[in-house]
Design a protein. Structure first.
Length: 164
């Protein structure tokens, strides 16, 4: 279960609370409070929402599509979600490591494909090719030996290569 089961349980508890429990109760609370403290005390609003049930029906019919649209905008049309993803990678060394490793794999695969294509055409690898291979190997070896989950080497790599 990991090194510290308390924090795993704490994480699951917070997720269950914030995503499900608190969300449902916040919705119920908001509907109840707004109807009984606001709408019920104003005759002009009481004409639009004659009963609590009709109020819930109207709010659900208007609110759900509106909130779906707002959620869509958040993920697809505004820079908000991109900023959240950047912050997540900056603060989560495990996610950052996976991202950096996948970028390194892509770069290595491209290099390997170039070499395989040269070899498959019967071309002998030149001294420049061998020098480049050794240089890449040395850079990767140095990078992987220096980086840890606690230092900022992976983050530096991401920032250096953010326009890939």
């Amino acid at each position: 279960m990991g090194k510290n089961p308390f924090f795993r349980v704490w994480f699951y508890f917070r997720t269950g609370w914030s995503v499900y429990f608190a969300f449902i109760f916040a919705a119920i609370n908001t509907l109840t409070v707004t109807y009984y403290l606001a709408i019920e005390n104003y005759p002009s609003l009481k004409v639009i929402f004659p009963s609590f049930e009709q109020y819930i029906l109207i709010v659900v019919m208007v609110g759900i599509p509106l909130l779906v649209f707002i959620g869509y905008m958040h993920y697809k049309r505004t820079p908000s979600y991109r900023s959240e993803a950047e912050i997540t990678y900056e603060s989560n060394p495990y996610g950052r490591r996976i991202f950096v490793n996948s970028e390194l794999n892509v770069q290595l695969n491209l290099e390997l494909m170039e070499l395989i294509l040269k070899i498959s055409k019967g071309t002998k690898l030149s001294e420049d090719d061998l020098s480049r291979i050794n240089s890449i190997k040395d850079e990767l070896k140095e990078f992987t030996n220096e980086r840890t989950l606690r230092n900022k080497k992976d983050l530096e790599f991401m920032k250096k290569n953010e326009n890939m």
